[in-house]
Design a protein around this ligand. Structure first.
Ligand code: GLU
Length: 307
């Protein structure tokens, strides 16, 4: 793969709680990939779902990242302050957007089942206009007809991925019934506006990527490279939540910080030191070992970017 220069990566946490063992893995992978490629790394706070954002959580995440040694190479971007950009994007693709009057119950009742991300597949009820007496609750984006709806991409970690948008997602929401812009639109607009060349994040978002690529094509912006790292799960196989994966990463406690980073690095399969070698004693020592270890890991998987 050729490397557009410069490399710009990002970490985009939703501020629903402090950094936890799962989100630290995504933060670490995105940071290491940027550093291993001599690139920039940006932090974006994805607080577009203001109903879910927990007051103070963003500040805690930023303090935790800072203490761990992951500082943004640019100003911090907050999605809640960029609604004009999302509105402008929606206007650019107005021909593909329609008002939808369906509620969750009605969509679930259509029995098309759920897509890979667990969301009910939209049956297209309001595609040709709202039924008399119905009011638009949300805005949806029209996806191509079956047969023309296949979107594929090469993931640097997970390999070739593809999805049939019509069958596996259906027309998806751009603006939600509660008035907030949907994650899919905000993430595409922001990645493009920030010039992100490389998205490194958890594999729980693999299924969202084809929708994002489709939006990029409609908006006429470039598609970044993608690298999705495995998601940390608890003993029952559930994705770690802020409640179950809490981390004691508090400024001042270097031992806990190194331990948390080491755990995340171990989960990613990084080999930090030879057998019998002692663990990095400091944050500085951790980073010194981790960046080349990431480059080595990717080289072994044939996923290293070349200039
Ligand atoms: N905000 C999302 C999350 O915290 C990540 C979105 C992304 O990286 O595209 O799960």
């Amino acid at each position: 793969m050729s490397l557009p220069s410069p490399y710009i990566g990002r970490f985009a946490p939703s501020p629903t709680g402090p950094l936890h063992a799962g989100s630290l893995v995504a933060a670490l992978a995105s940071y290491l990939d940027a550093r291993a490629n001599g690139g920039a790394w940006l932090i974006r706070i994805e607080d577009i779902d203001e109903g879910r954002a927990v007051p103070g959580a963003a500040e805690t995440i930023l303090a935790q990242l800072d203490w761990l040694g992951m500082q943004s190479d640019g100003g911090i971007v907050w999605q809640s302050r960029r609604k004009d950009l999302y509105q402008a994007a929606r206007e650019r693709i107005a021909d593909y957007v329609y008002g939808c009057g369906c509620n969750r119950r009605e969509i679930a009742d259509s029995r098309l089942g759920v897509g890979p991300d667990g969301a009910a597949i939209y049956p297209g009820t309001c595609r040709l206009g709202l039924a008399p007496g119905r009011e638009a609750r949300s805005l949806r984006l029209r996806v191509p007809e079956p047969g023309e709806d296949l979107i594929g991409f090469q993931d640097r970690f997970a390999g070739w991925q593809e999805q049939r948008l019509a069958l596996e997602s259906g027309d998806f929401v751009l603006k939600r019934a509660d008035g907030y812009w949907a994650y899919q639109l905000a993430v595409v607009v922001d990645d493009a506006e920030q010039g992100v060349t490389d998205v490194v994040r958890g594999a729980d978002l693999l299924d969202s990527t084809p929708r994002q690529i489709y939006l990029q094509r409609l908006l006429g912006v470039s598609t970044p490279r993608y690298l999705h790292v495995p998601v940390v799960r608890n003993a029952s196989g559930e994705k770690l939540s802020k409640q179950t994966g809490a981390l004691a990463v508090l400024p001042g406690n270097e031992e806990a910080a190194v331990a948390a980073l080491q755990q995340a690095a171990g989960f990613l399969g990084l080999r930090l030191a030879g057998p019998g070698a002692s663990r990095p004693a400091s944050l500085a020592a951790f980073w010194q070992e981790a960046v080349p270890a990431w480059a080595k890991l990717l080289a072994e998987r044939g996923a290293l970017l070349t200039g």
